[in-house]
Design a protein around this ligand. Structure first.
Ligand code: 6PG
Length: 475
Protein backbone atom coordinates (compact mmCIF):
# COMPACT_ATOMS: atom_id res chain seq x y z
CA UNK A 1 0.00 0.00 0.00
CA UNK A 2 1.17 3.53 -0.76
CA UNK A 3 2.83 5.06 2.30
CA UNK A 4 1.50 8.17 4.01
CA UNK A 5 3.31 11.50 3.59
CA UNK A 6 2.83 12.38 7.23
CA UNK A 7 1.45 10.98 10.49
CA UNK A 8 -0.63 12.52 13.26
CA UNK A 9 -1.13 11.43 16.85
CA UNK A 10 -4.10 12.74 18.84
CA UNK A 11 -7.54 12.91 17.28
CA UNK A 12 -9.07 15.56 19.51
CA UNK A 13 -10.90 18.35 17.69
CA UNK A 14 -7.72 20.12 16.54
CA UNK A 15 -5.96 16.90 15.54
CA UNK A 16 -9.01 15.56 13.71
CA UNK A 17 -9.51 18.82 11.84
CA UNK A 18 -5.86 19.09 10.89
CA UNK A 19 -5.93 15.49 9.61
CA UNK A 20 -9.01 16.14 7.47
CA UNK A 21 -7.38 19.29 6.10
CA UNK A 22 -4.21 17.35 5.24
CA UNK A 23 -6.22 14.62 3.50
CA UNK A 24 -8.44 17.09 1.69
CA UNK A 25 -5.41 18.80 0.14
CA UNK A 26 -4.43 15.50 -1.50
CA UNK A 27 -1.93 14.19 1.06
CA UNK A 28 -2.02 10.69 2.43
CA UNK A 29 -1.96 10.69 6.26
CA UNK A 30 -1.63 8.00 8.93
CA UNK A 31 -3.47 8.65 12.19
CA UNK A 32 -3.16 7.21 15.66
CA UNK A 33 -5.08 7.87 18.84
CA UNK A 34 -4.59 6.53 22.36
CA UNK A 35 -7.98 4.83 22.12
CA UNK A 36 -8.72 3.10 18.82
CA UNK A 37 -12.47 3.64 19.31
CA UNK A 38 -11.89 7.36 18.72
CA UNK A 39 -9.92 6.56 15.54
CA UNK A 40 -12.81 4.45 14.26
CA UNK A 41 -15.30 7.19 15.09
CA UNK A 42 -13.08 9.70 13.27
CA UNK A 43 -12.87 7.46 10.19
CA UNK A 44 -16.64 7.09 10.14
CA UNK A 45 -16.98 10.88 10.05
CA UNK A 46 -14.26 11.43 7.43
CA UNK A 47 -16.53 10.67 4.44
CA UNK A 48 -14.70 10.55 1.08
CA UNK A 49 -11.49 11.74 2.72
CA UNK A 50 -11.22 8.37 4.50
CA UNK A 51 -9.59 7.00 1.30
CA UNK A 52 -6.48 9.07 2.04
CA UNK A 53 -6.39 8.34 5.76
CA UNK A 54 -4.66 5.29 7.24
CA UNK A 55 -6.19 4.46 10.63
CA UNK A 56 -3.67 2.70 12.86
CA UNK A 57 -4.33 0.61 15.90
CA UNK A 58 -0.74 0.22 17.06
CA UNK A 59 2.28 2.51 17.08
CA UNK A 60 4.25 -0.09 15.06
CA UNK A 61 1.62 -0.08 12.33
CA UNK A 62 1.43 3.72 12.47
CA UNK A 63 5.19 4.22 12.06
CA UNK A 64 5.40 1.62 9.30
CA UNK A 65 2.66 3.44 7.36
CA UNK A 66 4.65 6.66 6.95
CA UNK A 67 7.26 7.37 4.28
CA UNK A 68 10.72 7.92 5.86
CA UNK A 69 12.04 10.29 7.02
CA UNK A 70 8.75 10.31 8.92
CA UNK A 71 7.16 13.59 9.98
CA UNK A 72 4.81 12.88 12.90
CA UNK A 73 2.55 15.59 14.25
CA UNK A 74 1.76 15.30 17.95
CA UNK A 75 -1.48 17.15 18.65
CA UNK A 76 -2.22 16.51 22.30
CA UNK A 77 -2.55 18.53 25.50
CA UNK A 78 0.51 20.74 25.98
CA UNK A 79 3.04 20.01 28.73
CA UNK A 80 3.85 16.68 30.35
CA UNK A 81 1.68 14.55 27.97
CA UNK A 82 3.88 15.65 25.03
CA UNK A 83 7.02 14.40 26.79
CA UNK A 84 5.30 11.10 27.59
CA UNK A 85 4.16 10.68 24.00
CA UNK A 86 7.65 11.42 22.71
CA UNK A 87 9.16 8.84 25.06
CA UNK A 88 6.68 6.24 23.81
CA UNK A 89 7.27 7.01 20.16
CA UNK A 90 11.05 7.32 20.20
CA UNK A 91 11.99 3.59 20.21
CA UNK A 92 10.01 3.02 17.01
CA UNK A 93 11.64 5.79 14.99
CA UNK A 94 14.68 5.84 12.72
CA UNK A 95 17.37 8.31 11.75
CA UNK A 96 15.93 11.45 10.20
CA UNK A 97 12.40 11.01 11.54
CA UNK A 98 10.79 14.19 12.82
CA UNK A 99 8.52 14.59 15.84
CA UNK A 100 6.40 17.70 15.48
CA UNK A 101 4.69 19.33 18.46
CA UNK A 102 1.77 21.32 17.09
CA UNK A 103 0.33 22.40 20.44
CA UNK A 104 0.71 25.71 22.27
CA UNK A 105 4.02 24.76 23.89
CA UNK A 106 6.24 26.99 25.94
CA UNK A 107 9.22 27.55 23.62
CA UNK A 108 11.60 26.68 26.46
CA UNK A 109 10.09 23.17 26.48
CA UNK A 110 10.52 23.07 22.71
CA UNK A 111 14.22 23.95 23.00
CA UNK A 112 14.61 21.25 25.66
CA UNK A 113 12.86 18.62 23.49
CA UNK A 114 14.90 19.62 20.48
CA UNK A 115 18.10 19.17 22.50
CA UNK A 116 16.89 15.85 23.88
CA UNK A 117 16.67 14.42 20.36
CA UNK A 118 19.78 16.13 19.03
CA UNK A 119 22.21 13.25 19.36
CA UNK A 120 19.75 10.49 18.55
CA UNK A 121 19.53 11.03 14.80
CA UNK A 122 15.92 12.05 15.27
CA UNK A 123 14.79 15.64 15.15
CA UNK A 124 12.06 17.89 16.44
CA UNK A 125 9.88 20.67 15.07
CA UNK A 126 8.02 23.10 17.33
CA UNK A 127 5.08 24.20 15.24
CA UNK A 128 2.74 27.00 16.24
CA UNK A 129 -0.71 26.58 14.68
CA UNK A 130 -3.24 29.37 14.87
CA UNK A 131 -6.80 29.69 13.72
CA UNK A 132 -8.74 27.58 16.19
CA UNK A 133 -10.82 24.61 15.09
CA UNK A 134 -11.97 26.21 11.83
CA UNK A 135 -8.45 27.21 10.94
CA UNK A 136 -7.13 23.72 11.54
CA UNK A 137 -9.83 22.32 9.24
CA UNK A 138 -9.67 24.84 6.40
CA UNK A 139 -6.37 26.71 6.61
CA UNK A 140 -4.40 27.78 9.67
CA UNK A 141 -1.40 30.05 9.95
CA UNK A 142 1.63 27.88 10.72
CA UNK A 143 4.85 28.97 12.43
CA UNK A 144 7.68 26.43 12.14
CA UNK A 145 10.83 26.11 14.23
CA UNK A 146 13.43 23.36 13.68
CA UNK A 147 16.24 22.44 11.31
CA UNK A 148 16.03 23.66 7.74
CA UNK A 149 16.34 20.05 6.56
CA UNK A 150 13.31 18.92 8.54
CA UNK A 151 11.39 21.96 7.26
CA UNK A 152 12.13 20.91 3.67
CA UNK A 153 10.57 17.51 4.39
CA UNK A 154 7.30 18.99 5.69
CA UNK A 155 7.11 22.13 3.56
CA UNK A 156 4.92 20.69 0.74
CA UNK A 157 2.26 19.29 3.10
CA UNK A 158 2.21 22.36 5.34
CA UNK A 159 2.05 24.70 2.37
CA UNK A 160 -0.90 22.78 0.98
CA UNK A 161 -2.91 22.99 4.22
CA UNK A 162 -2.10 26.54 5.31
CA UNK A 163 -4.31 29.58 4.88
CA UNK A 164 -3.58 31.74 1.84
CA UNK A 165 -3.47 35.53 1.66
CA UNK A 166 -3.67 36.60 -2.01
CA UNK A 167 -2.33 33.12 -2.85
CA UNK A 168 0.64 33.51 -0.48
CA UNK A 169 0.72 30.53 1.91
CA UNK A 170 0.58 31.51 5.58
CA UNK A 171 3.31 29.14 6.68
CA UNK A 172 7.03 29.67 7.09
CA UNK A 173 10.16 28.28 8.64
CA UNK A 174 11.12 30.94 11.15
CA UNK A 175 14.32 29.55 12.62
CA UNK A 176 15.77 26.75 14.73
CA UNK A 177 14.39 24.93 17.78
CA UNK A 178 11.98 27.19 19.73
CA UNK A 179 11.56 29.94 17.10
CA UNK A 180 8.14 28.78 15.85
CA UNK A 181 6.63 28.32 19.30
CA UNK A 182 8.06 31.61 20.49
CA UNK A 183 6.45 33.45 17.58
CA UNK A 184 3.15 31.65 18.28
CA UNK A 185 3.39 32.72 21.93
CA UNK A 186 3.82 36.35 20.93
CA UNK A 187 0.97 35.97 18.45
CA UNK A 188 -1.17 34.99 21.41
CA UNK A 189 0.19 37.85 23.53
CA UNK A 190 -0.88 40.28 20.83
CA UNK A 191 -4.21 38.42 20.62
CA UNK A 192 -4.71 39.04 24.35
CA UNK A 193 -4.00 42.77 23.91
CA UNK A 194 -6.26 43.04 20.86
CA UNK A 195 -9.11 41.31 22.70
CA UNK A 196 -8.66 43.32 25.88
CA UNK A 197 -8.65 46.64 24.01
CA UNK A 198 -11.80 45.67 22.13
CA UNK A 199 -13.40 44.71 25.46
CA UNK A 200 -12.42 48.07 26.98
CA UNK A 201 -14.07 49.95 24.11
CA UNK A 202 -17.15 47.74 24.60
CA UNK A 203 -17.07 48.59 28.32
CA UNK A 204 -17.01 52.32 27.57
CA UNK A 205 -19.96 51.97 25.23
CA UNK A 206 -21.94 49.78 27.62
CA UNK A 207 -21.18 51.44 30.97
CA UNK A 208 -20.21 54.97 29.96
CA UNK A 209 -22.71 55.54 27.19
CA UNK A 210 -25.50 53.10 28.02
CA UNK A 211 -25.46 51.40 24.62
CA UNK A 212 -27.06 47.97 24.18
CA UNK A 213 -25.17 44.92 22.96
CA UNK A 214 -26.78 45.08 19.54
CA UNK A 215 -26.10 48.80 19.17
CA UNK A 216 -22.45 48.16 19.99
CA UNK A 217 -22.45 45.15 17.63
CA UNK A 218 -23.69 47.33 14.80
CA UNK A 219 -20.88 49.78 15.49
CA UNK A 220 -18.24 47.04 15.39
CA UNK A 221 -19.83 45.82 12.16
CA UNK A 222 -19.26 49.19 10.55
CA UNK A 223 -15.74 49.44 11.95
CA UNK A 224 -14.98 46.10 10.37
CA UNK A 225 -15.38 47.78 6.98
CA UNK A 226 -12.67 50.31 7.79
CA UNK A 227 -9.13 50.41 9.11
CA UNK A 228 -9.96 48.02 11.99
CA UNK A 229 -11.03 45.29 9.58
CA UNK A 230 -9.99 42.01 11.19
CA UNK A 231 -11.23 38.63 12.31
CA UNK A 232 -11.47 39.72 15.96
CA UNK A 233 -13.63 42.75 15.11
CA UNK A 234 -15.77 40.58 12.82
CA UNK A 235 -16.46 38.01 15.54
CA UNK A 236 -17.06 40.77 18.08
CA UNK A 237 -19.95 42.00 15.95
CA UNK A 238 -21.33 38.46 15.65
CA UNK A 239 -20.98 37.82 19.37
CA UNK A 240 -22.74 41.08 20.28
CA UNK A 241 -25.62 40.40 17.89
CA UNK A 242 -26.31 36.87 19.16
CA UNK A 243 -29.26 36.19 21.48
CA UNK A 244 -29.31 33.67 24.31
CA UNK A 245 -31.70 30.86 23.28
CA UNK A 246 -32.69 30.44 26.94
CA UNK A 247 -33.60 33.99 27.94
CA UNK A 248 -33.81 35.77 24.59
CA UNK A 249 -31.45 38.42 25.97
CA UNK A 250 -28.16 39.30 24.25
CA UNK A 251 -25.91 36.28 24.78
CA UNK A 252 -23.01 38.46 25.90
CA UNK A 253 -25.11 39.87 28.76
CA UNK A 254 -25.63 36.36 30.11
CA UNK A 255 -21.93 35.47 30.27
CA UNK A 256 -20.00 35.74 33.50
CA UNK A 257 -17.24 38.38 33.31
CA UNK A 258 -14.37 36.06 34.26
CA UNK A 259 -11.82 35.54 31.48
CA UNK A 260 -9.90 32.27 31.25
CA UNK A 261 -6.28 31.96 30.18
CA UNK A 262 -4.08 29.01 29.42
CA UNK A 263 -0.65 30.61 29.69
CA UNK A 264 0.60 31.95 26.37
CA UNK A 265 -0.21 35.58 27.27
CA UNK A 266 1.61 35.22 30.56
CA UNK A 267 4.63 33.62 28.84
CA UNK A 268 4.81 36.55 26.40
CA UNK A 269 5.01 38.96 29.31
CA UNK A 270 7.52 36.85 31.25
CA UNK A 271 9.82 36.62 28.23
CA UNK A 272 9.46 40.34 27.50
CA UNK A 273 10.39 41.14 31.09
CA UNK A 274 13.32 38.71 31.01
CA UNK A 275 14.74 40.56 28.04
CA UNK A 276 13.89 44.02 29.38
CA UNK A 277 11.57 44.86 26.51
CA UNK A 278 8.44 46.84 27.36
CA UNK A 279 5.24 45.09 26.32
CA UNK A 280 2.91 47.17 28.45
CA UNK A 281 -0.31 46.67 26.49
CA UNK A 282 0.16 42.89 26.56
CA UNK A 283 1.01 43.01 30.28
CA UNK A 284 -2.11 45.05 30.96
CA UNK A 285 -4.22 42.56 29.02
CA UNK A 286 -2.89 39.58 30.97
CA UNK A 287 -3.35 41.38 34.29
CA UNK A 288 -6.88 42.41 33.30
CA UNK A 289 -7.79 38.75 32.72
CA UNK A 290 -6.39 37.88 36.14
CA UNK A 291 -8.35 40.70 37.79
CA UNK A 292 -11.48 39.64 35.92
CA UNK A 293 -11.22 36.21 37.49
CA UNK A 294 -11.32 37.71 41.01
CA UNK A 295 -15.07 38.10 40.76
CA UNK A 296 -15.86 37.63 44.46
CA UNK A 297 -13.26 40.19 45.53
CA UNK A 298 -14.56 42.69 43.00
CA UNK A 299 -18.09 42.26 44.28
CA UNK A 300 -16.97 43.05 47.82
CA UNK A 301 -14.98 46.06 46.62
CA UNK A 302 -17.88 47.45 44.61
CA UNK A 303 -20.04 47.39 47.72
CA UNK A 304 -17.29 49.08 49.71
CA UNK A 305 -16.23 51.79 47.28
CA UNK A 306 -19.29 52.13 45.09
CA UNK A 307 -19.27 52.01 41.33
CA UNK A 308 -18.25 55.12 39.45
CA UNK A 309 -21.31 56.12 37.47
CA UNK A 310 -20.11 59.24 35.65
CA UNK A 311 -20.99 59.33 32.00
CA UNK A 312 -18.26 59.06 29.42
CA UNK A 313 -17.94 62.58 28.01
CA UNK A 314 -15.48 63.30 25.25
CA UNK A 315 -13.91 66.72 25.05
CA UNK A 316 -14.97 67.47 21.47
CA UNK A 317 -14.80 65.05 18.57
CA UNK A 318 -17.28 62.52 17.32
CA UNK A 319 -17.58 59.75 19.86
CA UNK A 320 -17.79 56.83 17.44
CA UNK A 321 -15.02 58.09 15.20
CA UNK A 322 -12.83 58.79 18.23
CA UNK A 323 -13.37 55.35 19.72
CA UNK A 324 -12.54 53.73 16.40
CA UNK A 325 -9.35 55.73 15.99
CA UNK A 326 -8.38 55.25 19.64
CA UNK A 327 -8.66 51.49 19.23
CA UNK A 328 -6.56 51.71 16.11
CA UNK A 329 -3.81 53.71 17.84
CA UNK A 330 -3.73 51.28 20.75
CA UNK A 331 -3.59 48.35 18.36
CA UNK A 332 -0.48 49.84 16.74
CA UNK A 333 1.20 50.03 20.17
CA UNK A 334 0.35 46.40 20.97
CA UNK A 335 1.72 45.12 17.66
CA UNK A 336 4.79 47.36 17.93
CA UNK A 337 5.46 45.85 21.36
CA UNK A 338 4.92 42.28 20.19
CA UNK A 339 7.29 42.74 17.26
CA UNK A 340 9.85 44.43 19.52
CA UNK A 341 9.74 41.40 21.85
CA UNK A 342 10.32 39.07 18.88
CA UNK A 343 13.18 41.24 17.71
CA UNK A 344 14.76 41.05 21.16
CA UNK A 345 14.33 37.27 21.28
CA UNK A 346 15.79 36.93 17.81
CA UNK A 347 18.98 38.53 19.07
CA UNK A 348 18.96 36.83 22.47
CA UNK A 349 18.59 33.32 21.02
CA UNK A 350 20.38 33.97 17.67
CA UNK A 351 17.28 32.99 15.72
CA UNK A 352 17.42 35.63 13.02
CA UNK A 353 13.61 35.87 13.01
CA UNK A 354 12.29 37.34 9.73
CA UNK A 355 9.89 40.11 10.83
CA UNK A 356 8.28 40.75 7.39
CA UNK A 357 7.67 37.00 6.99
CA UNK A 358 6.04 36.76 10.42
CA UNK A 359 3.69 39.63 9.58
CA UNK A 360 3.03 37.98 6.22
CA UNK A 361 1.99 34.61 7.61
CA UNK A 362 -0.31 36.28 10.14
CA UNK A 363 -2.32 38.04 7.41
CA UNK A 364 -4.68 35.06 7.07
CA UNK A 365 -5.62 31.93 8.98
CA UNK A 366 -4.71 33.05 12.49
CA UNK A 367 -6.82 34.67 15.19
CA UNK A 368 -5.23 38.12 14.78
CA UNK A 369 -5.50 38.05 10.98
CA UNK A 370 -6.23 41.40 9.39
CA UNK A 371 -5.52 43.81 6.60
CA UNK A 372 -3.46 45.72 9.14
CA UNK A 373 -0.86 42.92 9.09
CA UNK A 374 -0.39 43.52 5.39
CA UNK A 375 0.57 47.10 6.26
CA UNK A 376 3.00 45.79 8.88
CA UNK A 377 4.46 43.42 6.27
CA UNK A 378 5.08 46.34 3.93
CA UNK A 379 6.52 48.53 6.70
CA UNK A 380 9.04 45.87 7.80
CA UNK A 381 9.90 44.94 4.22
CA UNK A 382 10.71 48.57 3.43
CA UNK A 383 12.47 49.17 6.78
CA UNK A 384 14.04 45.88 7.89
CA UNK A 385 16.22 47.61 10.48
CA UNK A 386 13.55 49.81 12.06
CA UNK A 387 14.03 49.96 15.83
CA UNK A 388 10.28 49.88 16.34
CA UNK A 389 7.22 49.60 14.11
CA UNK A 390 5.99 53.04 15.19
CA UNK A 391 9.03 54.81 13.75
CA UNK A 392 8.59 53.38 10.27
CA UNK A 393 7.35 56.15 7.93
CA UNK A 394 3.91 54.64 7.27
CA UNK A 395 3.18 53.86 10.92
CA UNK A 396 4.50 57.16 12.22
CA UNK A 397 1.86 58.86 10.06
CA UNK A 398 -0.85 56.55 11.43
CA UNK A 399 0.28 57.18 15.01
CA UNK A 400 0.22 60.96 14.55
CA UNK A 401 -3.24 60.75 13.09
CA UNK A 402 -4.76 58.46 15.72
CA UNK A 403 -2.98 59.38 18.94
CA UNK A 404 -5.16 62.43 19.77
CA UNK A 405 -8.24 60.17 19.73
CA UNK A 406 -6.60 57.66 22.04
CA UNK A 407 -5.68 60.48 24.40
CA UNK A 408 -9.23 61.88 24.45
CA UNK A 409 -10.76 58.43 24.95
CA UNK A 410 -8.40 57.43 27.76
CA UNK A 411 -8.81 60.82 29.46
CA UNK A 412 -12.60 60.60 29.32
CA UNK A 413 -12.64 56.99 30.50
CA UNK A 414 -10.33 57.73 33.41
CA UNK A 415 -12.45 60.72 34.38
CA UNK A 416 -15.58 58.60 34.28
CA UNK A 417 -13.96 55.82 36.35
CA UNK A 418 -14.09 53.29 33.54
CA UNK A 419 -11.13 50.87 33.58
CA UNK A 420 -9.07 50.99 30.39
CA UNK A 421 -5.75 49.40 31.40
CA UNK A 422 -4.62 48.27 27.95
CA UNK A 423 -5.69 51.46 26.15
CA UNK A 424 -3.99 53.58 28.82
CA UNK A 425 -0.84 51.45 28.68
CA UNK A 426 -0.72 51.88 24.93
CA UNK A 427 -1.08 55.64 25.29
CA UNK A 428 1.63 55.98 27.92
CA UNK A 429 3.90 53.73 25.87
CA UNK A 430 3.71 56.22 23.00
CA UNK A 431 4.18 59.15 25.35
CA UNK A 432 7.20 57.63 27.06
CA UNK A 433 8.75 56.30 23.85
CA UNK A 434 8.75 59.70 22.18
CA UNK A 435 10.11 61.58 25.18
CA UNK A 436 13.78 62.31 24.52
CA UNK A 437 14.28 63.35 28.13
CA UNK A 438 12.23 61.38 30.59
CA UNK A 439 12.22 61.41 34.37
CA UNK A 440 14.59 58.49 35.01
CA UNK A 441 17.32 60.98 35.96
CA UNK A 442 15.54 61.21 39.32
CA UNK A 443 15.52 57.43 39.68
CA UNK A 444 19.25 57.38 38.99
CA UNK A 445 19.76 60.03 41.66
CA UNK A 446 17.69 58.05 44.17
CA UNK A 447 19.60 54.86 43.39
CA UNK A 448 22.83 56.70 43.88
CA UNK A 449 21.57 58.24 47.14
CA UNK A 450 20.66 55.02 48.86
CA UNK A 451 22.93 52.57 47.12
CA UNK A 452 25.82 54.53 45.62
CA UNK A 453 24.94 53.00 42.26
CA UNK A 454 26.32 55.96 40.32
CA UNK A 455 24.93 57.66 37.22
CA UNK A 456 25.98 59.05 33.86
CA UNK A 457 26.05 62.85 33.55
CA UNK A 458 24.48 64.76 30.69
CA UNK A 459 27.74 66.70 30.18
CA UNK A 460 29.73 63.46 29.95
CA UNK A 461 32.04 64.56 32.78
CA UNK A 462 33.70 61.81 34.75
CA UNK A 463 32.00 62.42 38.08
CA UNK A 464 29.37 59.83 38.81
CA UNK A 465 28.03 60.41 42.32
CA UNK A 466 25.82 63.13 43.78
CA UNK A 467 26.54 65.51 46.68
CA UNK A 468 23.91 63.84 48.88
CA UNK A 469 25.51 64.61 52.27
CA UNK A 470 24.68 62.90 55.53
CA UNK A 471 22.17 60.03 55.36
CA UNK A 472 23.31 59.05 51.88
CA UNK A 473 25.21 55.88 51.17
CA UNK A 474 28.94 56.36 51.59
CA UNK A 475 31.11 55.67 48.62
C1 6PG B 1 -5.02 30.51 18.12
C2 6PG B 1 -5.45 30.73 19.53
C3 6PG B 1 -5.40 29.44 20.25
C4 6PG B 1 -6.22 29.41 21.50
C5 6PG B 1 -5.51 29.91 22.68
C6 6PG B 1 -6.31 30.82 23.53
O1 6PG B 1 -4.07 31.16 17.73
O2 6PG B 1 -5.64 29.70 17.42
O3 6PG B 1 -4.64 31.65 20.18
O4 6PG B 1 -4.06 29.13 20.42
O5 6PG B 1 -7.44 29.98 21.36
O6 6PG B 1 -5.18 28.73 23.38
O7 6PG B 1 -5.64 30.97 24.71
P1 6PG B 1 -6.32 31.32 26.08
O8 6PG B 1 -7.15 30.14 26.47
O9 6PG B 1 -5.14 31.54 26.96
O10 6PG B 1 -7.17 32.53 25.84
Amino acid sequence: MQQAEIGLIGLGVMGANLSLNIAEKGNRIAVFNRTFARTQEFMAEAGDLADRIVPCETIEQFVASIRPPRPIIIMIKAGEPVDQQMELLKPYLEKGDIMIDAGNANFRDTVRRFDWLKDTGLTFIGMGVSGGEEGARHGPSIMVGGTEESWKRVEPVLTSISAKFNNDPCVAWLGPDGAGHFVKTIHNGIEYADMQMIAEIYGILRDGLGRSATEIGTMFGSWNKGRLNSYLIEITEKVLMAADPESGKPMVDMILDKAGQKGTGKWSVIEAQQMGIPATAIEAAVAARSLSSMKAEREVAEKMFGKETARFELAGGNVEADLELALFAAKIAAYAQGFAVMSGASEEFSWNLPMPTIAKIWRAGCIIRSQFLDEITRAFTANPDAANLIVTPAFSVMVKESLPSLRRVVAAAVTAGLPVPALASALTYFDAYRQARGSANLIQAQRDFFGAHGFDRIDGKDFHHGPWGSGAATF
